[in-house]
Ligand binder design. Structure first.
Ligand SMILES: O=C(O)CCC(=O)C(=O)O
Length: 335
């Protein structure tokens, strides 16, 4: 099949999705770096095809607040994650903590996979051959996309999962096993799409200044989206490892940026954070490795770190979108 172009109506989204699923089954039975790289390309073609064939219905009616008595952010155990919990928590409280989304047996393996992806990325940047084991193979979506500068991604301590086909396979496999594909499909109204640009592995270390933000300020308004943020390291609270600082409340829209002491135009200034947190004080939840925080584009958060912290947090940051609407400059791929 030839490379798909944005705007091109592809013949058969269903066939592409079947192929993605069949390749995933084959790769689960016997890992193959070439197959994993092929899966990245097929996921991209399938996402483009889906955008034209999959109608997403109206956003569902408001749901009741089943976490009205929760102190702090609502929480569920991974076994209790369903669309009702997700909607109720995000729409009434801004986010949902999911305890144990990634089982303990997978933590060390995923961190080692992340290390291999970062090593491959470094080798690539140094002009060395990153290797053929699938740890790092930059994905080329073709000339129709202006792909952001990968050096910038590297300097931010991140690697795009689409560039790390083995890691992408493992992450989606773990998410699938946790029931996330089903929950996100129900929530978003169709098979979830993620993007090359907003789905990363990150190693987060001390930061000098908190960068408070809502991702909606960068991605555009009116998206149906959920971030599945997963830590692979114990972090937060008073641990010496960066966590996530959050304003634990639902905001109705994108708030003012670039003012009240903000360091950058897209960031929310400390003065604005203080005002918005008046009835919902800023908190730094404690997370164990494998815990997740699910939130949408309106949730106000920042890396929860101070300059003297010595620990490093391994994180999966993965924004999923409805199949008909991802931020247009980004490169889509189906879950
Ligand atoms: O992991 C972090 O420290 C920041 C994550 C973040 O800003 C995000 O997932 O949108």
């Amino acid at each position: 099949m030839g490379r798909a172009r944005p705007g091109e109506v592809l013949a058969d989204a269903a066939a592409l999705l079947d192929e993605v699923d069949a390749l995933s089954v084959a790769n689960r039975a016997r890992r193959d770096p070439d197959l994993e790289a092929r899966l990245v390309a097929r996921r991209h073609e399938a996402a483009l095809a889906l955008a034209h064939t999959d109608a997403v219905g109206a956003w569902p009616a408001p749901v009741e607040d089943r976490f009205a008595d929760a102190a702090g952010l609502p929480e569920v155990d991974a076994a209790d994650l369903d669309v009702a919990a997700l909607r109720s928590a995000v729409w009434h409280h801004g986010a949902l903590v999911v305890r144990g989304l990634v089982p303990a047996a997978r933590h060390a393996g995923l961190r080692a996979t992340a290390d291999r992806a970062f090593a491959g990325q470094a080798a690539d940047a140094a002009g060395e051959q990153p290797g053929v084991d699938g740890a790092y193979r930059p994905f080329d979506p073709g000339p129709d996309y202006k792909v952001a500068n990968r050096a910038w991604v590297r300097e931010a301590g991140a690697v795009w999962l689409a560039d790390a086909p083995g890691a992408l396979f493992e992450v989606l496999d773990v998410f699938e096993a946790a029931g996330l594909r089903r929950v996100l499909t129900e929530h978003l109204g169709g098979r979830p799409v993620f993007t090359m640009n907003k789905t990363t592995l990150r190693k987060v270390t001390a930061v000098a200044h908190p960068a408070w933000h809502q991702d909606g300020a960068f991605m555009g308004a009116g998206l149906r989206t959920v971030n599945v943020w997963v830590t692979l390291t114990d972090c937060g609270a008073d641990l010496d490892v960066p966590g996530l600082d959050v304003v634990p409340r639902r905001l109705d829209g994108v708030v003012e940026t670039g003012t009240q002491g903000a360091m950058l135009p897209n960031q929310v200034g400390p003065g604005t954070v203080e005002r918005l947190a008046r009835d919902a004080p800023v908190t730094r939840p404690q997370f164990a490795a494998g815990d997740a925080l699910l939130f949408d584009d309106l949730f106000l958060h920042a890396t929860g770190a101070t300059p003297h912290m010595t620990g490093t947090r391994y994180t999966i940051e993965s924004w999923f979108f409805a199949p008909t609407g991802w931020p247009s400059p980004y490169v889509p791929l189906v879950f």
